[in-house]
Ligand binder design. Structure first.
Ligand code: SAM
Length: 277
C-alpha cells in the first residue's frame, strides 16, 4: 500500500457519468484512505474497481448520518476518512455539510479534492450568463410548495440552476414559466455520458416539448436571469417629481428622483422647473 495519509477528513468529488473524469488526485486519496464514507457501497465499489483498489467503506447517507457521524468524527483523530457521494461533489444536494462542521469543531484537518459537479457542468453547457448564479437544487415535488419556492426566487437577478428528473420535467418547466415569466432556459441531460445533450429555448417552449415526452436520465435545468427592468416612463417621473417638490427645492427633488428611478438628473431638473412654473 502507498504511504498513509495524514488523519482528517477528505472530501472527494467523483465523476457524474464518465469515469475518466476522476482526477488523479482523487484516485490517489481514495486508494490511500483508511476508510471511505459512502452513500451506496455498490456504486463506490465500482469506482474503486476502476482505479484498481479496494478500501474499507462505511455507509454515510441521509438515513444513518445522525447516528454514525460521531463515530466517524472520532476516527478522524487517527485515520484518514474520505467522503464521497454516488456522483459529483459531496455536500451539493448530497450529505456531508454536518460532517465537515463537526470535523472542524473537533479540530480535525478538512481537505477538499474538487472535481465534477452537475450544476457547474450544466452552466458550462447552457450558454446563459454565469457571472451570478443561484444554485436552487431540487424544487419541492408538490405543486403548491413548488409554486411557493419559485415565487421566492422570482426576483433574484441571477441565472438559476435546478436539479430535476425526467418524469416531472414538463410540469416543473411549466411551473417555472408561470412563476418566473417566459425566460430563456436550457435543459441539460446525461452530462458526460453517451447521450449528453443541452436543449435550449424559452421555458414555455421547453415545457411544451417535454409535456408528453418525459426524457430519460439525469437533468439540470438552467434558467436565465430576469430581463432588465423597464425604464421609468415620463409619467412615472412626473408623479415622483410632483411628490418630491412638495418637500424639496427643484434641484434636490431632481436629484432624489434621478437616483430612485435611474434617470438623468439634468433633464429632471428642467422638468421640475417647468412643473413649478
Ligand atoms: N452531488 C451531485 C453533484 O455534484 O452534482 C448532485 C447529487 S444530486 C442527489 C443528483 C442530481 O444531480 C440528479 O438528479 C441530477 O439532477 C443531477 N445530475 C447528476 N449527474 C448528472 C448528469 N450526469 N447529468 C445531468 N444531471 C446530473
Amino acid at each position: 500500500m502507498n504511504a498513509p495519509l495524514n488523519p482528517g477528513l477528505y472530501i472527494v468529488a467523483t465523476p457524474i457519468g464518465n469515469l475518466g473524469d476522476l482526477s488523479p488526485r482523487a484516485a490517489d486519496i481514495l486508494s490511500r484512505a483508511d476508510v471511505i464514507a459512502v452513500e451506496d457501497s455498490r456504486v463506490t465499489a465500482g469506482l474503486l474497481r476502476h482505479i484498481g483498489t479496494k478500501r474499507p467503506m462505511t455507509p454515510y447517507h441521509d438515513h444513518n448520518a445522525e447516528g454514525v457521524r460521531p463515530g466517524l468524527v472520532a476516527r478522524m483523530a487517527t485515520q484518514a476518512v474520505a467522503l464521497v457521494s454516488d456522483a459529483g461533489t459531496p455536500l451539493i444536494s448530497d450529505p456531508g455539510y454536518k460532517l465537515v462542521r463537526d470535523a472542524r469543531a473537533a479540530g480535525h484537518v478538512v481537505v477538499t479534492i474538487p472535481g465534477p459537479c452537475a450544476a457547474v457542468a450544466a452552466l458550462t453547457l447552457a450558454g446563459l450568463p454565469t457571472d451570478r448564479f443561484l444554485y436552487v437544487g431540487f424544487l419541492p415535488p408538490k405543486e403548491k410548495a413548488r409554486a411557493e419556492a419559485i415565487a421566492e426566487i422570482a426576483k433574484i437577478r441571477a441565472t438559476l440552476v435546478l436539479y430535476g428528473s425526467g418524469p416531472r420535467l414538463g410540469a416543473c418547466l411549466a411551473a417555472l414559466a408561470a412563476g418566473l415569466g417566459d425566460r430563456e432556459a436550457a435543459v441539460t441531460r446525461e452530462i458526460t455520458k453517451r447521450f449528453e445533450e443541452a436543449v435550449t429555448g424559452t421555458l414555455a417552449t421547453l415545457a411544451a416539448r417535454y409535456a408528453d415526452a418525459p426524457p430519460r436520465g439525469e437533468i439540470v435545468i438552467v434558467v436565465a436571469p430576469p430581463g432588465a427592468p423597464e425604464p421609468a416612463s415620463a409619467a412615472d417621473a412626473d408623479i415622483a417629481l410632483a411628490e418630491a417638490l412638495t418637500r424639496l427645492p427643484a434641484s434636490k427633488a431632481a436629484g432624489e428622483v434621478a437616483k430612485a428611478l435611474g434617470l438623468d438628473r439634468k433633464t429632471l431638473y428642467a422638468r421640475a422647473l417647468e412643473m413649478k412654473g
